[in-house]
Design a protein around this ligand. Structure first.
Ligand SMILES: Nc1ncnc2c1ncn2[C@@H]1O[C@H](COP(=O)(O)OP(=O)(O)OP(=O)(O)O)[C@@H](O)[C@H]1O
Ligand SMILES: [Mg+2]
Length: 240
């Protein structure tokens, strides 16, 4: 007999919002993102993107709407430029256009990847490759951006740089972002909605007011204190 990874999970993301999907290892965060992108399939329920049923979309249309960066890195022997260009695939009918190339070049500039353009992705460090995969997803110009632990391999500066880019893009391009992240302080600094998962269900779903020592304590099974620092919440573990 198999058990369901997730049950009764219901939430919406408005354009411009950045939703943090939070919860313990194994609770189903990656599975949730994969269901939205149809890498995993749902046994019941439905997922709507801009009013349209994601499970009835053609693959190409889904890829124009949803971009996904997985938690696990992919092996690629392609160059950084070609890898990011792959993000344009859902829009390319016959030939790559000058616009496709321009979008890729702009992303390379924006993400600080200029010195890597012609390097094979397989030769990059974990963090460099993670930024390339994010750039590929952005080249898709999606309405929904799904990111599974996008900062897990990044140094402190790049964690903030990348989350700033994601947050700005969400706001300026009215993208719905859902990202899985284990660093709660980064989550509360850059995200504005919080989906807390516990025991295959939604524990809470809402704005920053849902992030309390009770909710975090209950979801993660650890005592935390939330203090105010420069008008921002800061989560500190009491288990030290
Ligand atoms: N392909 C699979 N076959 C069997 N079980 C799976 C498969 N993928 C995931 N699971 C199980 O489903 C549950 C949820 O996994 P998932 O990867 O979604 O967790 P997660 O919340 O992303 O965890 P983490 O924080 O460790 O990445 C886990 O118990 C996992 O073992
Ligand atoms: Mg995961």
């Amino acid at each position: 007999m198999s058990t369901n990874v997730l049950e009764d999970v219901s939430f919406t993301i408005e354009p411009g919002q950045c939703l943090a999907v939070l919860g313990n290892n194994g609770v189903g965060k990656s599975t949730l993102l994969k269901c939205i992108n149809r890498i995993c399939s749902i046994q019941a329920g439905s997922i709507y993107i801009d009013g349209k049923d994601a499970y009835k979309m053609k693959n190409k249309i889904l890829a124009q709407n949803v971009a996904y960066v997985s938690q696990k890195s992919e092996n690629s022997n392609m160059t950084v430029f070609d890898t990011i260009l792959l993000g344009r695939k859902p829009y390319i009918d016959w030939d790559i256009t000058a616009e496709d190339r321009q979008i890729v070049s702009d992303l390379i500039d924006q993400m600080g990847l200029n010195e890597y353009t012609l390097r094979d992705v397989s030769t990059l460090s974990g963090g460099e490759a993670q930024i390339v995969m994010l750039a590929r997803a952005l080249a898709q110009q999606p309405k929904v951006l799904l990111l599974d632990e996008p900062t897990s391999n990044l140094d402190l500066r790049n964690q903030h740089e990348v989350l700033k880019i994601i947050r700005n893009l969400a706001e300026t391009n009215e993208i719905c972002v859902a990202l899985v992240i284990h660093d709660l302080n980064l989550a509360i600094q850059y995200c504005d909605r919080f989906l807390l998962l516990k025991d295959a269900n939604v524990y809470s779903n809402g704005g920053i007011e849902t992030i309390t020592s009770e909710s975090i304590g209950s979801v993660y099974g650890i005592e935390v204190e939330i203090i105010e620092h420069k008008n921002k919440k800061l989560i500190i573990s009491n288990n030290y």
